[in-house]
Write a protein that binds this ligand. Sequence first.
Ligand SMILES: [Zn+2]
Length: 416
Amino acid sequence: MNGNDIITLGPGLEKPWEITGQTLNTECTPHELRSTLSAPRGSSFPCPECGELCKAHDLKEKTWRHLNFFQHHCYITADVPLIKCNDHGVQRITVPWARKGSKFTLLFEQAALLLVREMPVLAAARIIQIPDKKLWRIVSHYVSESLAKLDLSELKAIGLDESSAKKRHNYVTVLIDLDRQKNPVVFVVPGKGQDTIHQFKRFLTEHGGTADNILEVTCDMSRLFLSGIRKHFSKAEIAVDWFHIVQIFTKAVNKVRVLEAKKRRLPKATRWAVLKNEESTTLSENERNALAELNSMDFFTAIAWRGKERLRWVRRAATPQAAKWRLSNFLLCMAETDLTRSPVLKPIISAIETVIRHRLAIEARCQSGHSNARLEGLNSIFQAAKARARGYRNPETFISMIYLIASPVGNLLKST
Ligand SMILES: [Zn+2]
């Protein structure tokens, strides 16, 4: 290997290709280093379909952007021949240093992907000095290529949740493999509800899995998800995620506080205090006092808050039996509280009704050997994906990023 090889293609330079020219254009900024590759006259090239060596004719000049050489932009130019294969007819050959249809060399694309795994796409695009749109195109190509190789034949337990690329818009549904410790995301799709479940079923079959293998699905209490799962994954036991149950209750507590605040002056610092957990270390002195005052002075907000804390107590049960018993106890205790005495308490009544409606699924959650943390962890994945896609966020880019940072696709990319 000589100096020329190093600055051009490394392993991408294969026979019959050789470097036949190199120029450095210093009249533009940044300077451009242009290499020309050629194959000797009469060379044969493999058919892209079958690999059969065929004679070349009808050359067409093409140019690829290559890795920067220090501060210089590098380009490779070559006359790419057509070949005529006996079985596959006339075809333009695929060059060994770039994939079909790309204006970048493979080495350039690999370097770009390395950066994108570590920083926002916008920043990576600035470093390698290409438009961010083009970088996104590279990313989505490799993500979908790696995704095609994903093997889901062992998938048995899934969890699902949704997020939005922008505030309250462009929802995407994300499915994780509950048994996969690292990079758990296996499917991301635009939209939410029953149709996304159907699309996942199709994806699963295309990747070696079957719907009948899925024995557990953990999700929130959205009716559309639930009916989709019953329809398409009939063998699965549905478990409702604790995160969502507590979230529903926390929202109800907040509503009660807002309603009550219209009628009665609440202790200072109530607002954030009631959203926190009783034993939370982030409770300030004022917030502790607010909780004590709420409890001692018979506020409706205190009733709602105690309900939420009791539900958290159910969640902390050490065994499935204990959880079942605690859940009954929780519902009994709520039934004994007169919640109809003021319309302010209405949000709590409907939160309890939700718990009753999903009681079996909540108990199934307690039976499950899968930890609650899995779905809760999705939230930080969503935040990271949003940050990486900053400035260029739509469902497609958001989805590519989630795959890149939290699915096995990231590992597959490393090995290319
Ligand atoms: Zn052929």
